[in-house]
Design a binder for this molecule. Sequence first.
Ligand SMILES: [Zn+2]
Ligand SMILES: [Zn+2]
Length: 211
Amino acid sequence: MLQIVALILGQLANNTYLIADSDSCEAAVIDPACDGHLIATEARQRCWQVGQIWITHAHFDHIGGVADLVRELEKPPMIALHPNDRLLWDTQGGVSLFGVTLPASPAPTIELAERTPLHLGRIPFETRHTPGHTPGHCVFYCAPDGVCFCGDLIFQNSVGRTDLPGGDWRALETSIRSQVFVLPDETRLLPGHGPETTVGHEKSENPFVQA
Ligand SMILES: [Zn+2]
Ligand SMILES: [Zn+2]
């Protein structure tokens, strides 16, 4: 069974998702925002083994905890990122734009692409490439559980900003329509910031992109 722990971390109140397959105790962390030690402690308390880190996009507020988290793990984890965000990753998530510093993160080990399959134990996830907020932004969709981890693509009644380097409003709109609004209405959307929502709610209520 898929278990999801949402941790709200950092100055931008990021949602870091610690997720696990309760049968195998295999775990993954989606967007370790910061406080890698705290994330690792949450996993250890549940006897979960974190073997994977999945990155929706490489803005600093989504990768700031990677280096610390990796140090806490017994084995080096798989780190998955779309190559179109690699430049952002290599410049610490554009952190210099915000006047903050961040330690360098270890290199990604998997290059995500459209439909790259990911697994947590026997639970399947599908990568969907959703550029617009950043060029390499991806969401992670678990069809059996009806959950989509959607980073900064879409929020409850809002959408990701497109005014940062690499942002593209038309691409964002297309990504939402073609990759999110096609999912079943009851699909839970777990965003990178703010409360969770559903596909159906956003199709009818989101003021930025109308279905
Ligand atoms: Zn972002
Ligand atoms: Zn963000």
